[in-house]
Design a protein. Sequence first.
Length: 123
Amino acid sequence: MSSNSSSRREFCKKSLLVLGAAPFIAHGLTPSRAYAQGTKAIAETDPQAMALGYVHDATKVDTTKFPKKKEAGGENQKCATCMLYVKGGLKADGMEGEYGQCSIFPQGLVAANGWCNTWAKKA
Ligand code: SF4
């Protein structure tokens, strides 16, 4: 595969991520301000979390459904290394470990060691 096609794919991926934040910006909110319940972790059973394969423990991803996680370097894919993970170092009610915010899931915090299929390498 050419590096041109790879860069184009990367550009498209990043553009989609930026567009994902557009609803917050349009309402005068930054993604971090859009959090209604900032101390609650998102539930793995949340319909959106399930659709994107979100889990609090990146080692427990169902790679048959989400093969991206088993690509080369997939072992390094987790929220803490994702470009959408911000304000790490938070605690989530009743949960162990570090949590942070993610604009994909404004309804709850995501685990530093979590993962979802939207993962994109932090620049
Ligand atoms: Fe974690 Fe990134 Fe998915 Fe957000 S987009 S849940 S930070 S992997």
